[in-house]
Design a protein around this ligand. Structure first.
Ligand SMILES: [Fe+2]
Ligand SMILES: [Fe+2]
Length: 204
């Protein structure tokens, strides 16, 4: 069952409480633009649907209820771990690193297109759908949509990642989508914690 928060009185705040990762974007304008893009671009199923219909590429938390939300938090946490290496190697600068954080939060907002029905498989072009939406509707620099479009790597319909930023978002998604590994989640919301009391937490 989808969970609509857009009509809540403090809907925008609710998004930021559910994804406190937004506040880790160290650029005020980008942080606000990312929050607005997520708020407008996500579908109601984002909070409740699983990240996948099979256990082939995901850990247990991501295959169950609220799995897509949890997966997105795991991708962000994986990215935070990996980005240090890219920064240290000089492959990314701080502003690019922040664009990658935005891309991680937005990468799967169209995972099932407009609507999720129980048992659905991910849309083959969900990477392209999300990128197209960002380009058309959001005020975000083009590297964000470009990284989202390429996050599935050689699979699915988007083109393959090329730049270090695109590679890193792809690798963070891969890391978080590993069957036998569980990345921690940053400040899990009470709705996640009550469902999965033992879910590991990420500390940055
Ligand atoms: Fe994806
Ligand atoms: Fe993903």
């Amino acid at each position: 069952m989808a969970e609509t928060i857009r009509h809540e009185e403090n809907a925008f705040t609710a998004v930021c409480e559910r994804l406190p990762e937004i506040a880790r974007i160290n650029d005020q304008a980008l942080m606000c633009a990312t929050a607005a893009a997520f708020f407008e671009g996500h579908e109601d199923y984002f909070w409740t649907a699983p990240a996948a219909s099979s256990y082939a590429h995901h850990n247990l938390y991501c295959c169950g209820e609220r799995g897509l939300w949890i997966h997105t938090k795991m991708v962000f946490a994986a990215y935070e771990r990996l980005v240090d290496s890219y920064l240290e190697q000089g492959l990314l600068g701080d502003s690019e690193a922040n664009l990658g954080r935005a891309a991680c939060l937005l990468h799967d907002v169209k995972k099932y297109g407009d609507e999720y029905v129980d048992g659905d498989h991910a849309d083959r072009d969900h990477d392209v759908q999300a990128a197209d939406w960002i380009r058309a509707e959001a005020t975000l620099d083009s590297p964000v949509a470009d990284a989202v479009e390429r996050h599935m790597g050689p699979w699915y319909e988007g083109p393959e990642p090329e730049t270090p930023l695109q590679q890193l978002v792809h690798l963070a998604d891969m890391t978080a989508s590993t069957k036998n590994a569980t990345v921690g989640v940053y400040q899990p919301h009470e709705r996640i914690r009550s469902l999965y009391p033992s879910i590991p937490e990420a500390t940055f």
